[in-house]
Design a protein around this ligand. Structure first.
Ligand code: S3P
Length: 450
């Protein structure tokens, strides 16, 4: 990973038509949860299609440190021999979650109700991100957290010896916070209740149910009320991880903006809590179809077909859709640069506390490449220039953020001048095959010589 190595500058030159099949890797959210839930069962969970990105590899390493036996069997197949709910051992080393907010927050939740302590750290990006959103609710179970000023990593969590169940209204739309509370609730007696005003990705709920926990979700006037009965015996599973809709976004968006393109992205998980980008793109006039719609492992799945879309128009993206496409705004802003008119994105304050401040990172890079962007605390607008009119030519900072790096490389595929990112290294956290996959479709990505 680049945070531990030299930066990898990369330049994206105008691409020929992009064509062919883009087999993107497994879903990052489901991959983290598969390893963590596998570690919380007694017996063997078998996982196929695991995302072997650095974020998930760091979670695999962490699960080993807590006592699970995690084996890479090759070809995306993994085996986890877990220790059971409440069975985590105390790690004898610092847990380094690298770049992954999901990894660290979910693991903190999973260990917070066991009588052990663990110290967590990460790279410069992760160590700058807020953890109080997770440690505040975890304290209600009886655990303690000692970190740096502002609730930042490195941080030690002292797990609760006699955990209490919790009722918690999540104050920010965050699946990581919701999941941390639910995972902590697993080892607390009685019922833990989490209430979220806005629906966020529900993989934890679906998977906990699949592993045999008693968990219900009720839609109420106050939002979704999720109730988990603590101290279940989880049953090991076979998990076939669907391909990641957040990674699929990159070849799909590239096909929409590169003239003549026609790309098929097969087997994409289209859980409604994740698919907001695709609804948005279709509203903008994208030639994007769902083929072979089916259900796999309890998740809706389809093959996405994206073709060059010459008549994209800017739209107002409803704030209620934000949670279902929160990781896709950077690449949406790239597509919006090639649309006619303004694309307005409201209710996206969370973008400021991702791997980078994603509004700031995209706004600066797009402006440097000739696109007009305005932004405020929880909104931004991109004024599209239409196809063939985006200048490009600038170097953009990726700020240790995989999605920022990939978004600017997609931008350069359709700008008049090439676009460079200062460091493509972070792409390995979520989409390690991005460069060969996009190159095979027809992209022209070049690493700096030397
Ligand atoms: C994730 C939740 C989201 C998302 C992240 C993955 C998850 O973060 O941005 O990439 O797997 O739960 P928040 O919970 O902070 O919104």
């Amino acid at each position: 990973m680049s945070s531990h190595g030299a930066p990898v500058p990369m330049t994206s030159h105008a691409a020929g038509p992009l064509a062919g099949r883009a087999e993107v890797p497994g879903d990052k959210s489901i991959s983290h949860r598969s390893l963590i839930l596998g570690a919380l069962c007694v017996g063997e969970t078998r996982i196929s299609g695991l995302l072997e990105g650095q974020d998930v590899l760091d979670t695999a390493k962490a699960m080993r440190a807590f006592g699970a036996e995690v084996t890479d069997e090759g070809g995306g197949n993994w085996s986890v021999h877990g220790v059971g709910v409440g069975g985590f051992a105390e790690p004898d080393q610092v847990i380094d979650c690298g770049n992954s907010g999901t990894g660290v927050r979910l693991i903190m939740g999973a260990m917070a109700t066991s009588p052990i302590s663990a110290t967590f750290t990460g790279d410069a990006s992760l160590n700058g991100r807020p953890m109080a959103r997770v440690t505040d609710p975890l304290a209600l179970f009886g655990c303690q957290a000692v970190g740096r000023a502002g609730g930042r990593l490195p941080m030690t969590i002292v797990g609760a010896k006699d955990p209490l169940p919790v009722r918690y209204e999540v104050p920010v739309p965050s699946a990581q916070v919701k999941s941390a509370v639910l995972l902590a609730g697993l080892n607390a007696p009685g019922k833990t209740v989490v209430i979220e005003a806005e629906a966020t990705r529900d993989h934890t709920e679906r998977m906990l149910s699949g592993f045999g926990a008693e968990i219900t979700t009720e839609e109420t006037e106050d939002g979704r009320v999720i109730t988990l009965t603590g101290q279940p015996e989880l049953t090991p599973q076979r998990i076939d991880v669907p391909r990641d809709p957040s990674s699929a976004a990159f070849p799909v968006c590239a096909a929409l903006i590169v003239p003549g393109s026609d790309v098929l992205v097969p087997g994409i998980g289209l859980n409604p809590t994740r698919a907001g980008l695709y609804t948005t793109l279709r509203e903008m006039g994208a030639d994007l179809t769902y083929e072979n719609e089916r259900e796999e492992g309890g998740e809706p799945v389809a093959d996405l077909r994206a073709r060059f879309s010459p008549d994209l128009t800017g739209i107002e993206v409803p704030p209620a859709r934000a949670a279902s496409m929160i990781d896709e705004y950077p690449v949406l802003s790239v597509v919006a640069s090639f649309a006619a008119g303004q694309t307005v994105m409201h209710g996206v304050k969370e973008l400021r506390v991702k791997e980078s401040d994603r509004i700031d990172a995209m706004a600066s890079g797009l402006r440097a490449n000739g696109v007009t962007v305005e932004d405020g605390p929880d909104w931004w607008t991109v004024t599209g220039l239409g196809h063939g009119n985006v200048p490009g030519g600038a170097t953009c900072a990726s700020h240790l953020d995989h999605r920022i790096a990939m978004s600017f490389l997609i931008l350069g595929m359709a700008t008049r001048q090439p676009v460079t990112v200062d460091d493509a290294g972070p792409i390995a956290t979520s989409f390690p095959i991005f460069e060969p996959l996009m190159t095979r479709l027809g992209a022209d990505l070049r690493r700096a010589a030397g």
